[in-house]
Ligand binder design. Structure first.
Ligand SMILES: N[C@@H](CCC(=O)N[C@@H](CS)C(=O)NCC(=O)O)C(=O)O
Length: 249
């Protein structure tokens, strides 16, 4: 998209953390280039991502993707990017509630790490197969303690948000935090369908919010498009059947 305002740099073959940014851009209808998904010969691919990481002339250089570029401005850290875009595109609450949207987003980001660490509890640089025993232990704790705790927290936040009658996490309208909550729940549902099926009925506000986000016109169009690539076992949310047995051991 030649006239796109934004350029997103992220690994091309996974949804990963880039997806949290994509959902905000897509919901906002903001044109963007997904740089690393362009062919190398068109200035894309992983080389373009690596070159972006190495750029020193950007104010504060970026440590890890996703990175958003708007003109000469570069910003990384998923939560910061989502907040930045949310503020610019009517997907953030007004007043002090904007900081609560950020604290919710950071709580979601923490939970993304916990979910990732179920299959990579020792190191991201090792293969899953090299840490399977630790992954089993970590996942048991995740399923028994951390997952219900996070779901319960989200349900509580939603049921207490009188401004929107439990429809959104904070404020009266959908914010970037709601889009991210949808994404993390979609990822957990992919990774742990059995674990989530058992828990599902206990969190009606949470699952209603996910349905509501899924049906937003721009999100629905995006999910049906080729831009939405499938979850896979290279990403943050991975389905390993042995980690999602029906019995929590
Ligand atoms: N806290 C950062 C984490 C960024 C991160 O871990 N990015 C991953 C991809 S999802 C990566 O490529 N990391 C490379 C590295 O940390 O060197 C965020 O939320 O954006």
């Amino acid at each position: 998209m030649a006239d796109a305002e934004y350029r997103l740099y992220y690994w091309p073959d996974i949804q990963g953390r880039g997806e949290f940014v994509r959902l905000v851009l897509e919901d906002a209808g903001a044109p963007y280039v997904d740089v690393a998904r362009l062919p190398d010969e068109e200035g894309g691919g992983v080389p373009a991502l690596m070159a972006c990481l190495e750029r020193d002339e950007v104010g504060a250089p970026n440590l890890a993707p996703p990175i958003l570029q708007q003109g000469d401005f570069y910003i990384s850290q998923t939560a910061a990017i989502c907040a930045y875009l949310g503020e610019r595109h009517g997907l953030a609450p007004d007043g002090d509630a904007r900081w609560q949207a950020l604290h919710l987003q950071l709580s979601i980001a923490d939970f993304v790490v916990e979910t990732h660490d179920t299959h990579h509890p020792i190191a991201g640089s090792l293969y899953y197969e090299e840490q399977k025993a630790e992954a089993q232990r970590r996942t048991s704790v995740f399923r028994e303690e951390r997952l219900p705790r996070f779901l319960g927290y989200c349900e509580r936040v939603l049921s207490l948000n009188g401004a929107a009658d439990g429809r959104w996490l904070v404020g009266a309208d959908c914010s970037y935090a709601d889009l991210s909550l949808f994404q993390v729940m979609t990822g957990v549902e992919y990774a742990f369908p059995n674990a989530l099926a058992v828990l599902r009925d206990g969190y009606p506000h949470l699952f209603a919010l996910c349905d509501r986000v899924r049906k937003r016109p721009n999100i629905a169009a995006y999910l049906a498009s080729e831009r939405r690539i499938a979850f896979n076992e290279l990403g943050i949310f991975r389905h390993y059947p042995e980690l999602d047995t029906t019995a929590v051991d």
